[in-house]
Design a protein around this ligand. Structure first.
Ligand SMILES: [Cu+2]
Length: 171
C-alpha cells in the first residue's frame, strides 16, 4: 500500500501511524504460513470481497488523513455574500461563537461596523462589538467576526454596496 505509507509518513500523525503499523505488521506467530500460501487458500469470491473491503478502508483512511490537511474550515456560523448583498440580512449567534463571512460571489466587499440608513452609510460600532474596519473580502475569500462575547445586536455593512447590511444578534 504505497499510497497509505506515503500518507502515514508525510502526516506524521498518530492515527495514521497506527494504521500504517497495522497494515505493514508481520504475520502473527500462530499463523506462520507465507502470506502467498494463505492467499492461495481463499476462494475467488472471498479474495474479491477482501479486495473490496480493503479498497473501502483505504478510501476511509486516506479521507480521514486528508481532512486534517484542509484545516481552517469554519466550525461556527457562516453568512455568505452575494455580488451586492449579504445572502441573509440577519444571523443569530451564540455567545462565544465566531462568525465567518464568506464571499463566493463575483464582487469583492469592504466590511465595517455600522449600517446603511437608506442611501447613507453610518459607520460606528456598538459597545462590545467585534471590530471590523474596512476589511477587504476578495472574491472567493472570507473573514471572521468575533468571538461575540456579549449578548446584544450588532450591525455590519459593506461600505461600497448601498444597503448591504448584516445584523448579528448574540444570545
Ligand atoms: Cu460589498
Amino acid at each position: 500500500m504505497p499510497e497509505l505509507q506515503y500518507f502515514a509518513i508525510v502526516r506524521n500523525d498518530p492515527f495514521c501511524k497506527v494504521v500504517h503499523s497495522i497494515l505493514t505488521s508481520n504475520p502473527t506467530e500462530e499463523d506462520s504460513r507465507e502470506p502467498e500460501e494463505v492467499f492461495e487458500g481463499i476462494p475467488m469470491l472471498k479474495k474479491f470481497l477482501f479486495a473490496m473491503i480493503g479498497l473501502s478502508l483505504l478510501t476511509v483512511v486516506i479521507g480521514a488523513c486528508s481532512i486534517k490537511d484542509t484545516g481552517g474550515a469554519p466550525t461556527g456560523p457562516v453568512v455568505k455574500m452575494g455580488p451586492s448583498t449579504f445572502l441573509q440580512a440577519k444571523i443569530d449567534v451564540t455567545k462565544g461563537q465566531t462568525l465567518t463571512l464568506q464571499n463566493p460571489s463575483s464582487q469583492s466587499h469592504v466590511i465595517s461596523n455600522g449600517t446603511w440608513a437608506g442611501a447613507t452609510p453610518k459607520a460606528g460600532a456598538e459597545p462590545n462589538a467585534p471590530k471590523a474596519q474596512n476589511v477587504s473580502v476578495q472574491v472567493g475569500g472570507s473573514m471572521e467576526l468575533g468571538p461575540f462575547t456579549t449578548a446584544g445586536t450588532y450591525e455590519y455593512f459593506c461600505t461600497i454596496h448601498g444597503g448591504m447590511n448584516l445584523t448579528v444578534t448574540v444570545k
